[in-house]
Write a protein that binds this ligand. Structure first.
Ligand SMILES: Nc1ncnc2c1ncn2[C@@H]1O[C@H](COP(=O)(O)OP(=O)(O)OP(=O)(O)O)[C@@H](O)[C@H]1O
Length: 242
């Protein structure tokens, strides 16, 4: 993102204010900040859903404006799947829609993606027959099946209970590492940010980065050092709100 400013309509104030940052191939970049500071707005722009007022988004050096299968999004809400299609059909639909090519049949690739999130047994179930956590796994499988250049996640576990959330965080960390996934992930939770992130961008209510912090505690937020780092981030976050 290069000098990106975002506003909802020409007369409204900017929400994201002249922000620049890079995300490297294979990096997990986490956005944290107070409610309403513009995290989702920024993410939606990366996905191509929200126009920039000024600045640019570059993907592999090329301007990215409209949405495309190179940037797949996972949302917080459980209703992001098509309710009249089964889990595997939801994934198949995304692969076909993206025109994504790969070895094996579309069905096989969809099943492989479900297997990655340990959901093979639920392939033929409809979303209404799945728990919230299972539906989020399908949404993740759907995003990965398309083989995007970058996966965008907007508080995907925000509506889950603590245990399901912890297990899905572990899944995402595993997949991110195994697949060398490039990830931009929005969360309210500092612990989630430290667990998942290679770097953590802390946004202020003014729509800028207070700082972008390298995280040495990915996967081990529970260590004494990880806890201390999370505490430092919390202090900065609280200070940023003033
Ligand atoms: N469609 C919209 N039209 C007008 N204003 C909007 C729209 N969506 C969001 N906003 C405003 O933009 C600001 C940033 O919202 P955004 O959802 O990006 O924040 P956030 O940091 O993701 O918040 P949260 O953590 O609560 O999800 C808020 O003031 C919000 O009211």
């Amino acid at each position: 993102m290069r000098n990106a400013s975002i506003a909802y309509g020409p007369k409204n104030p900017v929400i994201v204010n002249n922000v620049s940052f890079d995300v490297d191939q294979g990096e997990a970049f986490i956005l944290i900040g107070r409610s309403g500071c513009g995290k989702s707005t920024l993410l939606r722009s990366l996905a191509g859903f929200q126009e920039l007022r000024s600045g640019q988004i570059l993907l592999d050096g090329k301007k990215a404006t409209a949405p495309g299968p190179d940037r797949m999004m996972v949302f917080q809400n459980f209703d992001q799947l098509l309710p009249w299609r089964t889990a595997v059909q939801n994934v198949e639909f995304a692969i076909k829609k993206a025109g994504s090519k790969g070895a094996g049949s579309v069905r096989q690739r969809a099943l492989d993606a479900l297997q990655m999130v340990h959901l093979s047994a639920a392939a033929d179930k409809f979303p209404s027959q799945l728990s919230g956590g299972m539906q989020q796994r399908v949404a993740i499988a759907r995003a990965l099946a398309v083989r995007p250049r970058i996966v965008l996640m907007d508080e995907p576990f925000g509506a889950l209970d603590a245990m399901t959330r912890a297990s899905l965080q572990a899944e995402v960390l595993r997949l991110q590492r195994e697949m060398n996934m490039t990830l931009v992930f929005v969360t309210h939770s500092i612990e989630e940010a430290v667990y998942l992130g290679d770097r953590i961008g802390l946004m202020t209510p003014q729509g800028v980065f207070e700082g972008i912090y390298t995280n040495a505690f990915q996967g081990r937020v529970d260590s004494p050092e990880g806890t201390e780092f999370a505490g430092e981030l919390r202090t900065k976050l609280e200070a940023s709100a003033v």
